[in-house]
Unconditional design. Structure first.
Length: 255
């Protein structure tokens, strides 16, 4: 137990030092815009099919499960609004965050871990190239930027497939479904989830880059890094969601 606590404190201490050094490197010009754009394309394009599929499946499940419950209480007309609010406020951001944790988290951890054990990162430092600026900062910023955009795609697919699932049981036009679903949605309902996804992306990028750049032990170490990147990123996303939901309820009490 004592050893576990000590290793946990050491991990958080090293993680804090990593965040400070990364922030300093990210804010110091010149900026690696070309690498940043490449990472945005790599992270967003590769995760988009998975995110769209996960969002669509979530919308179908929400429609099927919620429909029976609402029929029991005579509130079937509220189904479009429930699907829209569920996807926008909670299901879309969390599902997208977990999918990106598995896809981008594993990819970044494995890539940087391989570069670390093959001494490519040491070679970059010897060539006067800051790996924190070129490797870590670009990937962290790319995750932070792409997660909100991927969440919008997941929300779109979830709402669309929720309508399809509902139409198969009880035909309703898409226009009427969207009108009922978005009738009570205000702009303030969009802002907190978008801010929340930015935090999720930041967490995923930081954890994956940190785990990758501290890899040891050859190919076995790369495997451990990949696993730990996914597990820790997913865990921190869930914990951050709990904290952010409480903060959102305080800052936006009527959202």
């Amino acid at each position: 137990m004592v050893k576990l606590l000590r290793s946990s404190f050491e991990w958080f201490g090293e993680f804090g030092i990593f965040c400070v050094r990364l922030t300093k490197a990210a804010l110091t010009p010149p900026y690696e815009w070309r690498e940043f754009i490449r990472q945005c394309d790599a992270i967003g394009a590769t995760a988009l099919p998975l995110v769209a599929l996960a969002g669509a499946a979530t919308g179908v499940v929400l429609s099927l499960e919620t429909r029976d419950s609402l029929i029991r209480f005579g509130a079937k007309s509220f189904l479009p609004a429930i699907i829209v609010f569920s996807m926008i406020k909670e299901s879309g951001p969390v599902i997208t965050g977990l999918v990106l944790s598995g896809r981008a988290g594993a990819g970044i951890g494995a890539e940087l871990g391989s570069m670390k054990v093959t001494e490519q990162i040491d070679a970059m430092e010897a060539s006067a190239v800051d790996p924190y600026k070129y490797l870590a900062a670009t990937r962290v910023l790319a995750c932070t930027l792409m997660l909100p955009l991927l969440t919008i795609a997941a929300n779109f697919c979830g709402i669309l497939m929720g309508w399809v699932a509902n139409t198969l049981a009880d035909p309703i036009s898409l226009r009427l479904f969207l009108d009922r679903g978005f009738r009570q949605v205000a702009f303030s309902d969009y802002v907190p989830p978008i801010l929340k996804t930015c935090v999720f992306g930041l967490i995923i990028g930081l954890v994956a880059c940190f785990q990758g750049m501290r890899t040891k032990g050859g190919t076995e170490g790369v495997g451990r890094t990949t696993t730990s990147s996914v597990v820790l990123a997913s865990l921190f996303v869930i914990l951050a969601d709990v904290v952010l939901v409480r903060l959102i309820l305080i800052v936006w009490p009527l959202s």
